[in-house]
Design a binder for this molecule. Structure first.
Ligand code: PTJ
Length: 245
């Protein structure tokens, strides 16, 4: 870890950079993940580096969707594993849902390293991609999935990724909950529910919502939820941020 003093005004943001850099050094995060992180930082700056009401609205709906799911699965890539391993494991526990490693950039041994990292942080089991089950509508490494995990899932939690798999999962009839700081990304637009927030802030809030889940209002919450409207609110917030909000 770097020697950034706690009094530095950008301490938290710089700590996250350290986590991503450590992820690359440990072979968990792809080198491309550094660029993805930088893109996220820029959008986080624009949304004010705090969880905004449009994210809270999406988190509320996401909790309902994940709790009502028959077979929810949590997809883990190299960035989210480095940034929030404990919170991912906690989400798996509160939902009783498996974690499954699924990465875009193929690097020898990285999938195994992500699995080992999650186990070291307390995960009881982590599903791995297989050649027995494949997603349709996708050619990248992300097509290899576990038959009892993403392949069978009705709802997949897919934090920060490229849009291809999100589109494929939707075409296969699965619902997708994502966390993406960019409300204009293909993933953000194609997901069923998009939480426009930093994954490190959103995950603990999502776990809390799931713990307080109320079955009697969940269907109603989902009926009223519009992802397009939430993304529009995020965009409006970003455009106002240039005027000093
Ligand atoms: O480990 P791999 O091989 O699966 O690769 C993972 C990355 C993230 C590198 C890969 O999926 C990728 O290239 O993603 P993209 O296309 O760069 O998209 C990442 C999205 O996540 C962008 O829209 C970013 O704004 C957003 N993002 C980055 N960091 C965060 C974030 N969203 C929420 N929280 C973050 N901390």
């Amino acid at each position: 870890m770097s020697d950034v003093p706690k009094t530095h005004p950008r301490y938290l943001s710089l700590t996250l950079r350290d986590k991503i850099v450590a992820g690359v050094e440990q072979g968990i995060t792809s080198i491309h993940g550094l660029m993805a992180h930088g893109r996220g930082e820029a959008f986080d700056y624009l949304i004010g580096e705090t969880t905004q009401p449009f994210a809270i609205e999406a988190i509320h709906a996401a909790a309902a969707m994940l709790c009502l799911a028959e077979h929810p699965v949590i997809s883990v890539n190299g960035n989210v594993a480095a940034l929030a391993p404990e919170a991912l494991i906690e989400l798996g526990q509160v939902l009783n849902a498996p974690l499954e490693v699924n990465i875009f950039h193929t690097e020898t041994g990285r999938e195994q390293k992500i699995r080992a990292y999650l186990l070291k942080h307390g995960a009881s089991d982590v599903l791995m991609p297989t050649t027995e089950a494949r997603l349709s509508f996708i050619d990248s490494n992300r097509k290899f999935v576990h038959p009892d995990g993403i392949f069978k899932a009705d709802v997949v939690f897919v934090p920060l990724e490229d849009g291809d798999r999100c589109e494929a999962l939707r075409k296969m009839g699965k619902a997708v909950v994502t966390v993406d700081l960019n409300p204009m990304s293909r993933t953000a637009k194609q997901a069923s529910i998009t939480i426009v927030d930093n994954v490190v802030r959103a995950l603990p809030l999502l776990c809390d919502e799931i713990r307080n889940f109320n079955d009697s209002t969940a269907q109603d919450t989902l009926k009223k939820y519009s992802n397009a409207a939430v993304l529009q609110k995020a965009l409006q917030h970003i455009s106002r941020s240039g005027n000093g909000n």
